[in-house]
Design a protein around this ligand. Structure first.
Ligand code: GRF
Length: 209
């Protein structure tokens, strides 16, 4: 089986990217990371990717905080297409992707979010969970659509909130769970165990990118 070609997008430290890259190099996930991209030129995820010898792309600086200018997002889309990414993995990517980008890659973008969606979408979901005094939260991998954290759920993993948990301790426990389910979901997509909205392997070939 040909490895599934992944484009990984992130804005932060890249621990989910590292978990995925390690699972791939240990032969647990039949995939290949063809590009690691960030909206922030100095994001640690890019350093992590370079240390592993993977191709990277840093977007030009944007004047917005929550989205990219259409031309910057178009450059990102073209770079991912040129790298022939078949599945895009949002691993801590902190901007909203716009319609032209989704039109191009829609149905093959997944995101990891640190709560049991639909509870606590948006920023700092672990703090939202603490404030809501829930006893259980977790993480979710879902398909990306034009909503924020609202696409179809693929898989969730529950994490208990312990008495005395701080934002840091709870976030760390959620991240441990993220590092397990993200590689598992990518593996299951690669081997066809999880259905795709539009399977890239249909019609005798991979996605035309
Ligand atoms: C993760 O908690 C993920 O759920 C959220 O952003 C964080 C990224 O962390 N979307 P990292 O950069 O992978 O360490």
């Amino acid at each position: 089986m040909k490895p599934l070609k992944l484009g990984v997008l992130g804005s932060g430290k890249g621990s989910n990217f590292v978990a995925l890259a390690e699972a791939i190099s240990q032969g647990e996930v039949p995939a290949e990371i063809v590009l690691v991209a960030s909206d922030l030129a100095n994001a640690p995820i890019l350093l992590q990717a370079r240390e592993r010898g993977l191709p990277t792309h840093a977007c030009r600086a944007s004047s917005y905080r929550t989205k990219l200018e259409p031309e910057i997002e178009e450059e990102l889309a073209q770079t991912l297409a040129k790298a022939q990414a078949e599945l895009l993995v949002l691993a801590g990517y902190m901007r909203v992707l716009k319609k032209p980008f989704l039109g191009r890659f829609g149905g093959r973008i997944i995101n990891i979010h640190p709560s049991l969606l639909p509870s606590f979408p948006g920023l700092k979901a672990w703090e939202q969970a603490l404030q809501a005094r829930v006893t259980q939260t977790g993480c979710t991998v879902h398909w990306v659509d034009e909503t924020v954290d609202g696409g179809t759920v693929i898989r969730q993993f529950k994490v208990s909130v312990h008495p005395g948990d701080t934002a840091e301790s709870l976030h760390a426990r959620i991240q441990e769970a993220e590092h397990r389910i993200l590689p598992e979901v990518v593996r299951d997509l690669a081997i066809g165990k999880i259905p795709w909205p539009e399977d890239p392997r249909k019609n005798g070939g991979r996605w035309k990118v």
